[in-house]
Write a protein that binds this ligand. Sequence first.
Ligand code: NAI
Length: 328
Amino acid sequence: MKVAVFNSKPYDKESFKRHHTEHLLSFFSPGLSEDTLPMAAGFDVVCCFVNDRVNAAVIEGLAELGVKLIALRCAGFNNVDLEAAKRCGLLVCRVPEYSPNTVAEHAVALILDLNRNIHRAFNRIRENDYSLQGLQGFEVNGKTVGVIGTGTIGYTFARIMKGFGCKVIAYDPQQNDRFKSVGDYVELEQLWAQSDIISLHCPLVASTYHLVNVNSIPLMKDRVMLINTSRGGLVDTPAVIEGLKSGKIGWLGLDVYEEEAGLFFENYSNRILTDDVFARLLTFPNVVVTGHQAFFSNEALETIAQTTLANIDAFAKGCLPEKNTVSL
Ligand code: NAI
């Protein structure tokens, strides 16, 4: 099969090239969108990433060009219009469990950076400033950690936090026994009220859009720590900024941002940052942002390439595994 790999970086190319495949892969730097749609001409498969805009117009265009499969090389699929894919007869597949440890460990890294002010200490030492005033932290041990979404990543994160000596509670409309071995399920309102640290691990769907908003923030503990390594749209950023300004939110760790498309994954160091909301976020000393890098480990890239190629292989043979297929 001829595969157009959109939004590809040198590291994507390297990880795919390490695997033998009969399929013909062409790597394109631009993401898939209405503007770049013509690049998919002549391909059977488009391979996309988190911020490619796979909306109805793009999907209709792909169908007209004869593309048959949208192979996502990520777990989330909120950027794909599944209704349009169904209507146009395009299959969508993804890599559901490439490395839960990679993302869960990144969420933990954000917590451990924030609670001990590591990012500020790093800057101070480079300035020859060894003073400690303002860097006082707190122990994670003994704190209550609220996990929203206890799937593969949420469970792994919960298990790690349990190991730190935390009390772990969670909210998930679909409870599972695996999580029950490390913590207790509670209602969402209880999770907001009881958690010292809240970490988001649910998908971005209509029911989770702006889950953290002007109504939920007041229900949280004063000086709560909020961590989002899931999807930017789970958080209403202006509401969180107000929470930070009032001190209600004590610490914020983000790997994702609602308006990250067109910003993350690129080097814009010679340009002016025009997103005023994002710029305001970066002014807070108690906010740490990484640019959607929670997935970015050797192990994860290896599995992503391997599973994506296996998905394409299975599709070609007409036996795409159901757990890797995304449908309505
Ligand atoms: P998963 O599908 O294994 O688990 C998601 C869980 O969220 C499920 O248990 C589901 O029942 C639950 N859920 C659904 N609706 C919910 C709601 N309204 N409230 C609470 N929980 C709800 O997914 P996985 O692999 O654990 O990934 C979670 C998310 O992490 C993905 O959707 C993706 O957006 C994000 N992600 C981020 C990465 C990054 O690099 N920052 C990398 C990989 C995934």
